[in-house]
Ligand binder design. Structure first.
Ligand code: MN
Length: 201
């Protein structure tokens, strides 16, 4: 099932004067669309590579997935994170997230200050992102200077392999492929399944 560009949940000019209609149209119709197309192409190429057994370009297509996938998922959140001012948005947070921000950041003013400072100083093709961290049930603020750095924002890790040398060097020295090959023997699929069920909700 290919990824699709979601429709904007409001007209292009709905966020005027805060965000102008032309920017919204170009940003959504062209920029976001290119991420969707790029992700679909990369995933198709990886499917073909698995079928043919020719994995020579796997690094390239994984990078394309990271770049376009992160771009796609972040923009999907971005559009729905906004709404016309007359729809009651803006101002201080409300509801459960307001309570959570209060307990995790002290108060809304502190959270807003930190987020604003982070957003204004992040370098490159960046994002500033308030995230939920399930491990300790905390909110946290991230800045991404290059969203494609082998992540796809919004995913929840299910299976992780440490390939830093500290994870294998004493036994395998420079033979990382051997380490990886043997690691498959110790994967706890029950744990992977548990994580999958939780991630699905
Ligand atoms: Mn963008």
């Amino acid at each position: 099932m290919a990824h699709e560009l979601p429709a904007l949940p409001y007209p292009y000019d709905a966020l005027e004067p805060n965000i102008d209609a032309q920017t919204m149209k170009l940003h959504h119709d062209l920029h976001h669309k290119s991420y969707v197309d790029g992700l679909n192409k990369a995933e198709q190429k990886l499917t073909e590579a698995r079928q043919s057994g020719d994995l020579a370009l796997v690094k390239h297509w994984e990078r394309e997935c990271a770049f376009h996938g992160s771009g796609h998922f972040l923009h999907c959140a971005f559009w729905t994170n906004m709404a016309p001012a007359n729809a009651g948005c803006g101002g201080a947070p409300t509801g459960e997230i307001a309570k959570k921000i209060g307990s995790d950041f002290g108060n809304w003013e502190g959270c807003k200050k930190q987020f604003t400072a982070a957003a204004t100083t992040v370098e490159g093709s960046g994002w500033c992102i308030l995230c939920y961290r399930p491990m300790d049930d905390k909110l946290t603020i991230l800045t991404a200077e290059k969203h494609q750095n082998l992540t796809q924002w919004g995913v929840i890790p299910l299976l992780c392999l440490d390939v830093w040398e500290h994870a294998y060097y004493l036994k395998y020295q420079n033979r990382r492929p051997e380490y990886v090959n043997n690691w498959w023997n110790v994967v706890n699929w029950k744990d992977v399944n548990n994580r999958y069920h939780k991630a699905k909700g």
